[in-house]
Design a protein around this ligand. Structure first.
Ligand code: DX5
Ligand code: ZN
Length: 213
C-alpha cells in the first residue's frame, strides 16, 4: 500500500524535518492540498510553497488542485515541481478539453471525484490518468469523518480498471485512519492519502501502520 501524507496537517514551522520523517517511515509520495477559497471554503498553499517542498524531497509530489481555474494556474504548479496534477471533475471548466490539453504537456495527471459525483462520469478519462482519486470527504478541510459510501466507488473502479487492464492507480482521500484505511485497502485502493491521522498520531508510527494494511 502506498501512503501519501497530506502536509496540510503538518507542523508548518517544522516542515522540512516532518517531510524527512515521512520519507524515513516509508511514505511513497506527498499529497499537496492546494485550495483557492473559491472552489472550496479554505485557502492553503500556492506555487512558492510547492517549490520549497520540492527542494525537501525526491518523492513524487501530487498537487490536488481544489481551485476554480486549474486551466489558468496549472503551469505554475508544474514549474514549481508537481509530478502529478489531480484535477477535480467538478471544476467549472470543461474538464475533458483541459485534460486533452494536459496530454500535450509533459505532466502526468489524475481525475478526482467528490462524494456526490457518479463515477460513470469519469470512466472515459481513466485510460489516460495516472491516478483516479475518490474523495471520501467533501473537499476543503482535513479532520473530517470518512464517508463509508465512497468504498462502493473504490470497488467499482477496481473492477473497471482490472477488467480493462488499465494501469491507473486508485487513491482515496479524506478521513483515512487505520480502520477506514483497512476498509479502503479491502475495497481495492492502491494509495491512501492521510493528513490528520499521520500528523496528529506520531508520523512514523502512523505511516507504518497504514502501510501494513
Ligand atoms: C480535503 C483534502 C484532504 C484532507 C485529508 O479537502 O483533500 O487531502 O486534507 O485530511 P484528513 O486525512 O485529515 O481527512
Ligand atoms: Zn487532498
Amino acid at each position: 500500500m502506498e501512503i501519501s501524507p497530506s502536509i496540510i496537517s503538518s507542523d508548518l514551522l517544522d516542515l522540512g524535518s516532518q517531510i524527512r520523517e515521512c520519507q524515513n517511515a516509508g511514505a511513497g509520495s506527498f499529497h499537496l492540498d492546494i485550495m483557492d477559497g473559491h472552489f472550496v471554503d479554505n485557502i492553503t498553499m500556492g506555487p512558492d510553497m510547492v517549490s520549497a517542498i520540492r527542494k525537501g524531497t525526491d518523492l513524487r509530489l501530487d498537487g490536488h488542485l481544489m481551485i476554480e481555474r486549474p486551466d489558468k494556474y496549472y503551469k505554475s504548479f508544474i514549474d514549481a515541481g508537481c509530478d502529478v496534477l489531480l484535477i477535480h471533475y467538478e471544476t467549472p471548466i470543461e474538464v475533458g478539453n483541459f485534460l486533452k490539453k494536459l496530454d500535450n504537456e509533459n505532466i502526468k495527471y489524475g481525475i478526482v471525484i467528490n462524494p456526490d459525483t457518479d463515477i460513470k462520469k469519469i470512466y472515459r478519462f481513466i485510460p489516460n490518468c495516472e491516478i483516479v482519486l475518490v474523495m471520501s470527504v467533501y473537499p476543503g478541510f482535513s479532520g473530517q469523518k470518512f464517508i463509508e459510501k465512497s468504498l462502493e466507488k473504490v470497488r467499482a473502479l477496481r473492477k473497471y480498471i482490472d477488467d480493462n487492464n488499465y494501469s491507473t492507480k486508485i487513491e482515496i482521500d479524506g478521513g483515512i485512519n487505520d480502520e477506514t484505511g483497512k476498509l479502503a485497502a479491502e475495497a481495492g485502493a492502491d494509495i491512501l492519502v492521510s493528513a490528520s491521522y499521520i500528523f496528529k498520531n506520531g508520523i512514523a508510527r502512523s505511516i507504518k501502520k497504514l502501510k501494513s494494511l
